[in-house]
Design a protein around this ligand. Structure first.
Ligand code: PEP
Ligand code: MN
Length: 381
């Protein structure tokens, strides 16, 4: 039997090793979400249908909206269907949206962000990362080292975190470092090692893309793209990840408000990619006994403002190993859909962020406690 090459083993089989612009174009085509492209004058209206509205009536409403050159995004809740309408304000305002049979109410979205607004969907979004769903009842634990350092390192840590209950493997191949002299990540080799670890453990992988020039490469390996805090307002990167068919985790910038985070996410959805996770990872404050100040206020605020799932990264949020578990538990108590925790099997040898990484045994202990908190707040793990 022929042994598969490293490349066939490690690349995402559905995308293959895609080349040039074709990669992004094919990702765009396979994305089932509409490309909405709000213009500055665009208004979004929310049509809420009645519980007894028929499928025929819904189809009729959607057909008419589209025949006017407006966009319609249908979201099904348990009781009723919500239709988001997008287009130029003057055009939408003149349409008798409330006159269709089956419509209960029509409300304009007045917020600066529209597609990410909770009312735009009328329900919380579930985002799939590989075969894992984020945003449903289960609290999803993502874990792994800050950086991918070697094949042995990532695979060993992946096995440990998987055994402890993590569902998604994290690890940076492209690292945003304050100093140009610090370890910058293994790049493509790091992606290949991550994919090996996925092969061994079955866990989907999330990894950072720092630059549009690397997007095609990262897309060929990752199951979820991470846009880091330092790139939260890199609008060309946001637009490009919005054109892929991969889920994106957008981390809050260290000086960004919650509204800034939502506006950045709006860029991604506006390109047609609705599979976005928002991550609170700590902000800069005057406090200097911790690396950052984990703003857990953001969790309930985001859950009320947006339909997108909320992830909390307590590791960067507090930046001190011994305090990470307390903040992870607090994040789940506050309503986070997922937590991302850095774990390293030899933190004193880590090439980045060793001081904040949990040891595998401590991580295992944490997951058990996270499970208890999840159950206490009506979730599961
Ligand atoms: C990371 O997750 O390792 C990272 C660099 O995060 P942030 O962008 O939040 O600093
Ligand atoms: Mn890190």
């Amino acid at each position: 039997m022929q042994t598969p090459s490293l490349q066939t083993l490690v690349t995402r089989p559905d995308l293959g090793l895609v080349k040039g612009r074709d990669a992004l174009d094919s990702a765009k085509r396979s994305c089932d979400q509409p490309t909405l492209h709000l213009t500055p004058n665009s208004l979004a209206m929310i049509i809420v249908t009645r519980p007894d509205t028929t499928q025929e009536q819904i189809d009729h409403i959607v057909d008419r909206i589209r025949s006017w050159g407006l966009k319609a995004e249908v979201s099904r809740g348990e009781m009723r269907v919500v239709i988001g309408v997008i287009g130029p304000e003057d055009k939408i305002r003149e349409k008798p949206l409330g006159a269709f049979p089956g419509v209960e109410s029509v409300t304009p979205v007045l917020k600066p962000y529209k597609l990410v607004a909770r009312e735009f969907r009328g329900r919380y979004s579930h985002v799939r990362v590989g075969d894992v769903t984020v945003g449903a009842k289960e609290v999803v634990v993502m874990a792994g080292p800050c950086s991918v350092e070697s094949e042995g390192q990532i695979t060993a840590i992946a096995k440990e975190v998987r055994k402890a209950g993590a569902k998604i493997l994290r690890g940076g191949a492209f690292k945003p470092r304050t100093s140009p002299y610090s370890f910058q990540g293994l790049g493509k080799l790091g992606l290949q090692f991550l994919a090996e670890a996925r092969q061994v453990t079955g866990m989907p992988i999330i990894t950072e893309v720092m630059d549009t020039k690397d997007l095609e490469l990262v897309c060929a390996y990752a199951d979820c793209l991470q846009v880091g805090a330092r790139n939260m307002q890199n609008f060309s990167l946001l637009r490009e990840v919005g054109r892929t068919d991969l889920p994106v985790m957008l981390k809050r910038g260290m000086s960004a408000t919650i509204k800034d985070l939502l506006m950045s996410a709006e860029y991604i959805l506006n390109e047609g990619n609705f599979n976005v996770l928002l991550c609170e990872r700590g902000i800069r404050t005057f406090e200097n006994m911790t690396r950052n100040t984990l703003d857990l206020n953001a969790v309930p605020v985001l859950k009320s403002e947006t339909h997108l799932p909320v992830v909390v990264d307590p590791t960067h949020g507090i930046g001190v190993r011994e305090f990470v578990p307390a903040m992870a538990l607090a994040a789940v108590a506050a309503g986070a859909d997922s937590i991302m925790v850095e774990v390293h099997n030899a933190p004193e040898q880590a090439k980045s962020d060793g001081e904040q990484a949990l040891l595998p045994a401590d991580f295992e202990d944490l997951v058990a406690r996270v499970r208890s908190v999840a159950v206490a707040v009506g979730r599961e793990l």
